[in-house]
Design a protein around this ligand. Structure first.
Ligand code: ATP
Ligand code: MG
Length: 246
């Protein structure tokens, strides 16, 4: 690996510590009012926003490091149930978009409860109960990153719902993420997988979109011998299907 890349990655890696300090400080103020003093509702709201955003920053740092790990082709595989993978991604994303739902999801035990809890926020789950409980042998961090990116995009672009479904066929894990948004015109089907291609043009989306998500997904899939199929057109919503050998 070239020295400059290692140096950049170590700098990014070292961001973890100050971010954790910010996170711990904000959480202390929020959760230990007995020793730090009482807070107003407005102060609590601001602190919660700080905590949510330190989480986002932590995730970004992890994603960058994960991409680096991927470039080196390092695989860390383990056995885990499909349910753990999907639940953790849902929890991460709701923590950002709807913390109240994330709080509920955290305590949920069964598929049926989870399905019901997130449906009210426009997220549909469609898993065969048998698939939901199946153990797979994969690099969990990589699969989680793929799913997280696809679901985040779907939420960003949806009009009213996103649907996450999964099945297992011939030793392949097939995950599908679908939304009912404005869709992706045929002319952009290649471009969206290029690094730094993004249609986010407003100031707000310039902050949120880097055009890196799907490029990262493709690198991760390549490492795992997986494939991606995009089914979408202008005004038709978008459906991303990834197939990963288990
Ligand atoms: N579900 C979707 N519906 C419509 N367009 C999409 C969808 N997913 C991706 N795109 C298009 O593909 C582009 C690239 O997506 P990608 O995830 O790589 O980057 P991003 O979401 O813009 O930024 P980042 O993921 O780095 O925060 C998006 O800007 C958007 O134009
Ligand atoms: Mg994205």
């Amino acid at each position: 690996m070239p020295d400059t890349i290692i140096k950049t990655e170590i700098l990014i890696h070292d961001l973890k510590v100050p971010i954790s300090v910010i996170d711990a400080g904000a959480k202390s103020l929020l959760n230990r009012q007995d020793s730090y003093g009482p807070l107003t509702d407005k102060q609590i709201k601001v602190l919660k926003r700080i905590i949510r955003n330190t989480l986002t920053t932590q995730r970004l740092v992890n994603d960058v490091l994960e991409l680096g790990r991927s470039r080196e082709g390092v695989m860390i595989t383990s056995d885990f149930p499909v349910s753990a993978l999907v639940t953790s991604v849902i929890m991460e994303i709701f923590d950002l978009y709807d913390p109240d739902v994330a709080e509920v999801v955290r305590k949920i035990k069964t598929y049926e409860e989870l399905e019901k809890a997130i449906l009210e926020s426009g997220a549909r789950l469609s898993f065969d109960p048998k698939v939901w409980k199946t153990m797979v042998h994969l690099d969990e961090a990589k699969v989680r990153q793929i799913l997280r990116n696809l679901v985040t995009n779907a939420i960003k672009h949806r009009s009213s719902f996103v649907e996450i479904s999964g099945k297992i066929q011939e030793k392949m894990l097939i995950l599908k993420v679908k939304d009912d948004g404005r869709g992706i015109p045929q002319a952009d089907h290649q471009k969206i997988f290029e690094t730094y291609f993004t249609t986010g043009s407003s100031i707000e989306s310039a902050i949120k979109s880097h055009g890196l998500g799907l490029a990262g997904v493709m690198v991760l899939l390549k490492d795992m011998g997986g494939t991606l199929i995009l089914d979408s057109d202008q005004g038709k919503g978008a459906e991303f299907t990834v197939t990963i050998p288990i």
